[in-house]
Design a protein around this ligand. Structure first.
Ligand code: ADP
Ligand code: MG
Length: 612
């Protein structure tokens, strides 16, 4: 409670005592009169001070309306009205604070619930330290009931982990050696030795905190409109009120107009809904950066999806490894590829390095690693460049791919993605990989359509045959394949230029520019690439595509609630002004109606918490 609120509460008690004692004839009239006039004066001074301060900054605030209403009440000796008007103002302020507090609390809670300690194994001993001091690659021990302090991969152990905070899923996940675990999740049963892969702000939990903090800062366009409206509202009401007084000479009518017209409900209409929706989405594993994202989400009519890792699982399986010269075995081809891919985050790279590790191949650290987005990778080894990627990457390096064995192989493997491995300007081998669409991809696409999206497009850097196949299976309208990251951006610009509202869903580094360009950028999974997450307006934390129709639904519901709120708030104001100017509403009734108006807007907004 602020000092101002405390003073106002005090005067309210004095005022109400005065009113009660007068009505019940309990005390001599001089005392009751003093009580009431004291209360009204304190109200006038506290609220009037704020109003004058605002006026000097040329702001016509609600305090000004309230001050005039209080003066009018005192002149007409309606002291109770003065008290109630002031009470209404505190009530409104408290409601607003409450809405704001609620979102601040959510962040506070997240920060407070941050894991405080980590047990690392150093020189064979268990050492309790601050999670921020854990080094990447160190082993961390997490005991039953404890929160996992870092992101990592399970080295040893088996556990049931509650991941509700990250995925919104309350059924514990069973995890063991080789599985990935996220910071902020809790071990319910079992103990784990974990190799740390991300710490502090870079960890999943750290990223969530950053995103949630961001969510509060930027206002949605509709919110700015409401604010602007409220700004003009006050001077307009001032004029209306004074006109009513000039015409009727009835000071109580003017006071009632001022009270009922305060735009409290209007000001609350948008933030209350947005706070509720962002909170609800977060509980379901959807992080929404701000209200603007929600507003734009509600208008999306065109959805652009990346293929690898978005429509498909991004868990690639190596179906074939081929050597084109007797000089190298297929294991050597795999080894060259794995070494080149060691530093890449691409799903292909993961599949290749994992396969090589499984086969017991020794992968040394690469020199001069270079990533070519949408094409592949290259490194230096044995005094030559090793190039691993698609045909376009080979062309970029002027490597001949038109030789018979290479062409035959590509044709034969048309249903797979073929990654070529070149050394000394010659293609020496190839690896074929295949990826499956996510289980319910087709179903999800149908749900997306049901949420008002007219056009669904897939953009991919992969080859045409593979892409067309997947698009047909999932019933996607249009496919553009063999694209570079810049081509994806161009396509999105084109769609936007046609006046369409475009959402883009992607996962990789190569998708980051496109995510930033779309009206709404949606990143798949927090384990995805940092840049993709930083540029996205929303993140589907659990890497679960079923959350996509959910997000669209929440966006639409939010906007419809906001519109209801605004319409309702304005309607009550207008009707209220009309009735007050006719003398049909007293200032007392006006303040009750006014306060109910704000309350109804709040309650209506809370409905958004229930959308599943
Ligand atoms: P998508 O748009 O489907 O997510 P990308 O743009 O990430 O695909 O990749 C496009 C193509 O570039 C891939 O099909 C592959 O041929 C090649 N490529 C990209 N990154 C790599 C990599 N790390 N190793 C090998 N090839 C790669
Ligand atoms: Mg991708």
């Amino acid at each position: 409670m602020t000092p101002k609120q405390l003073i106002l509460l005090l005067f309210t008690i004095i005022g109400l005592t005065g009113w009660l004692t007068t009505t019940l004839n309990l005390l001599p009239s001089t005392i009751t009169f003093t009580l009431q006039i004291t209360s009204a004066t304190i109200a006038l001074l506290t609220i009037g001070y704020g109003a004058i301060k605002n006026l000097t900054e040329r702001i016509f605030s609600m305090d000004l309306l309230a001050t005039i209403a209080i003066i009018a009440s005192i002149i007409s000796q309606e002291y109770l009205s003065a008290t109630i008007v002031a009470l209404m103002l505190i009530g409104g302020e408290m409601l607003e604070n409450y809405a704001q507090q609620k979102s601040t609390n959510a962040i506070q809670k997240l920060v407070e619930e941050q894991p405080q300690t980590a047990i690392v194994i150093r020189e064979g001993k268990e050492l309790q330290i601050n999670p921020k001091e854990v080094q990447i690659g160190e082993t961390v021990l997490v005991k039953p009931g404890a929160k996992i302090p870092i992101d990592g991969i399970i080295q040893k152990g088996h556990a049931y982990i509650n991941q509700a905070l990250i995925t919104g899923e309350s059924v514990p996940a069973e995890k063991s050696e080789g599985n990935t675990v996220y910071s902020g999740t809790t071990i319910q049963q079992g103990a784990l030795y974990i190799t740390a892969t991300a710490i502090g702000e870079k960890s999943t939990y750290g990223k969530i905190i950053t995103l949630v903090k961001d969510a509060k800062e930027k206002k949605a366009p509709i919110e700015r409109t409401a604010d602007k409206y409220a700004k003009y509202f006050t001077p307009a009401i001032l004029v209306i009120g004074l006109t009513v007084f000039a015409l009727t000479q009835d000071i109580m009518r003017m006071a009632a107009v001022f009270v009922i017209a305060c735009p409290c409900a209007l000001i609350l209409s948008t933030p209350a809904a947005i706070v509720a929706s962002i909170g609800n989405a977060a509980k379901q594993g959807i992080l929404v950066r701000n209200g603007e994202t929600l507003e734009k989400t509600s208008k999306v009519n065109t959805l652009v999806l990346d293929k690898t890792g978005t429509i498909t699982k991004g868990k690639l399986e190596i179906t074939d490894i081929q050597s084109f010269t007797p000089k190298y075995s297929s294991d050597q081809i795999l080894q060259y590829a794995a070494e080149s891919e060691k530093c890449s985050e691409h799903p292909f790279a993961k599949a290749i390095t994992e396969n090589a590790t499984k086969k017991g191949l020794n992968i040394s650290h690469p020199n001069n690693f270079e990533h070519h987005p949408g094409l592949g990778v290259s490194i230096n080894k044995d005094e030559t460049t090793i190039i691993v990627g698609n045909t376009r990457l080979m062309q970029k390096y002027a490597i001949d791919i038109l030789t018979c064995p290479v062409q035959n192989y590509i044709t034969q493997q048309a249903k797979c993605t073929v990654i070529l491995v070149a050394k000394q300007q010659t293609v020496i081998g190839a690896i074929s990989l295949s990826d499956q669409p996510r289980e319910n991809a087709k179903n999800i696409i149908a749900q997306i359509r049901a949420n008002g999206v007219k056009q669904i497009i897939m953009l991919t850097g992969d080859n045409k045959t593979v892409s067309d196949n997947i698009a047909t299976t999932c019933e996607i309208d249009e496919v553009l394949s063999e694209l570079l990251p810049a081509d994806k951006v161009n396509k999105i610009s084109n769609l936007k230029n046609q006046g369409l509202t475009v959402a883009m869903v992607g996962d990789g580094v190569n998708d980051a520019p496109a995510l930033a360009h779309a009206d709404v950028g949606i990143a798949m999974g927090l384990s995805g690439t940092d840049i993709a997450i930083e540029t996205a307006g929303a993140v589907l934390v659990a890497d679960d595509l079923t959350k996509l129709p959910q997000l669209l639904k929440i966006g639409k519901a939010t906007m419809s609630i906001i519109k209801q709120n605004i319409a309702f708030a304005i309607a009550v104001n207008i009707i209220g002004i009309a009735l007050s100017s006719q003398g049909l509403i007293t200032p007392l009734m006006a303040s009750i109606i006014h306060e109910s108006n704000a309350l109804i807007v709040m309650i209506n907004s809370l409905r958004l918490l229930k959308i599943k």
